[in-house]
Design a protein around this ligand. Structure first.
Ligand code: AMP
Ligand code: MG
Length: 322
C-alpha cells in the first residue's frame, strides 16, 4: 500500500493541473483533473494523442456517477452496481462538469470506477474526477507496471504512483448505454459473458478492426516489432521461415505448442489461463521489443471470456502501419 504522504502529494499535483501516473487494475493511467481543460490538454500533448480522441473519466464510487453525467439510465445503474469498482467503462450523456476537451468534443462521456486501492485513495483525497487514458505514447503498448511508465514517459509525468503490476492487464470493456440497447464499443477486462448474465440478454460485439468511435484505430497497442498473426499449426513453420530469412523473430507460443522446438530469437510461452495471458500480454510485447525482435509471430486465442479482449489487442497490434 502506498504511503499517505504519496497520495497527498499526488492529489496536490492534480489540484495544480499536473499529471499523475496511476495504477489501476487494468493498465496504468495518465491522470489529470477531468474538469481542468488545461490539465487535460497536457495529457494529449504528452501522449501525442489527437485531441478528438475522448478520455475516460475515473470517479471514486458508483454513487458519484450522477455528478458527471446528464442522467443515469436504469441499465447504467444496474451495470455500475454490479461491476464497479471494476474494468467496465460506461458511455453516457455528458454532464456540465465535464469539459468538451475531456470528451474530445463529444456530448457523451466515458466513466468508470477503477478497482485499485491506490487509485481509489487518490480519488478520495483529490475529491474530483480524473481523466486518464493509458500512460503510454499514442498507439503504443499500454503499460502494466510503473517501470513501463517511467521508461516510456520519463520526466513528462509529474509523479508515478507505484501500485505494483496491474491485475487485469488489458483495458476496460466499454459499453455505450446512451441508446435503447447497450452496445460494446471495446472488449476488455470485463467479459461479455459476465455482462450478459447481469443484463439478461445477448450483446452485440463489434468486429475487431471496425472503427466505431473516435480513438479506436485499427492499429494500436503496437510494439516496435511487426506483429503477424497465423494459425496455431503454422507458428513453427512461419517462425522457422522468417528466422532463416534473417529476421529476428519473437514467438508468443500457445500452450498447445508448449515444449515444441522453435526456431526463433526469443520465445514467450503463453500461459494456459486466460486471465494470466491478459495480465501478461502487454509485458510480453514489450519484452520482445527489448530483446530486439523485428517480427512477432502469434496466433489468436479462443475468443470466449477474456480471449475476446486478448484477440482484439493482438489484431490491433498486428494492424496496418503508416
Ligand atoms: P484509452 O486510450 O485506453 O484511454 O481508451 C479510451 C477509449 O475510450 C477510446 O478508445 C475511446 O474511443 C473510448 N471513449 C472515451 N470516451 C468515449 C465516448 N464519449 N464515447 C465513445 N467512446 C469513448
Ligand atoms: Mg490507450
Amino acid at each position: 500500500m502506498l504511503a499517505v504522504a504519496q497520495i497527498e502529494k499526488a492529489a496536490e499535483v492534480l489540484r495544480n493541473g499536473g499529471l499523475v501516473a496511476i495504477p489501476t487494475e487494468t493498465v496504468y493511467g495518465l491522470a489529470a483533473n477531468a474538469e481542468d481543460p488545461q490539465a487535460v490538454a497536457k495529457i494529449f500533448e504528452v501522449k501525442g494523442r489527437p485531441p478528438t480522441h475522448p478520455l475516460i473519466v475515473h470517479i471514486g464510487s458508483a454513487d458519484q456517477l450522477g455528478e458527471w453525467v446528464e442522467e443515469v439510465p436504469a441499465t447504467a445503474k444496474l451495470l455500475a452496481e454490479a461491476f464497479w469498482p471494476g474494468p467496465l467503462t460506461l458511455v453516457l450523456r455528458r454532464g456540465r462538469r465535464v469539459p468538451l476537451e475531456t470528451t474530445g468534443g463529444l456530448e457523451t462521456v466515458a466513466v468508470r470506477v477503477p478497482d485499485h486501492p491506490a487509485a481509489l485513495a487518490l480519488l478520495a483525497e483529490f475529491g474530483g474526477a480524473v481523466a486518464a487514458p493509458s500512460a503510454n505514447r499514442f498507439g503504443s503498448v499500454s503499460p502494466t507496471t510503473p517501470d513501463h511508465v517511467r521508461t516510456e514517459l520519463g520526466g513528462d509525468v509529474d509523479i508515478v504512483l507505484d501500485g505494483g503490476p496491474c491485475e487485469v492487464g488489458v483495458e476496460s470493456t466499454i459499453v455505450d448505454v446512451t441508446g435503447d440497447v447497450p452496445t460494446v464499443l471495446r472488449p476488455g477486462g470485463l467479459t461479455r459473458e459476465d455482462l450478459e448474465e447481469v443484463l439478461g440478454h445477448p450483446l452485440a460485439v463489434p468486429s475487431a478492426t471496425a472503427v466505431r468511435v473516435p480513438g479506436q484505430h485499427p492499429t494500436h497497442y503496437a510494439p516496435r516489432a511487426h506483429v503477424v498473426l497465423v494459425e496455431t499449426d503454422q507458428i513453427l513453420t512461419e517462425s522457422e521461415l522468417a528466422h532463416s530469412a534473417g529476421r529476428r523473430v519473437g514467438v508468443l507460443l500457445p500452450p498447445s505448442l508448449a515444449g515444441a522446438r522453435v526456431e526463433a530469437a526469443a520465445i514467450v510461452p503463453v500461459p494456459d489461463s486466460q486471465s494470466a495471458y491478459a495480465r501478461g500480454l502487454f509485458k510480453y510485447l514489450r519484452e520482445l521489443d527489448e530483446q530486439g525482435c523485428d517480427l512477432i509471430i502469434a496466433s489468436l486465442p479462443d475468443e470466449r471470456g477474456l480471449g475476446l479482449a486478448i484477440a482484439n489487442r493482438l489484431r490491433r497490434a498486428a494492424g496496418p502501419r503508416d
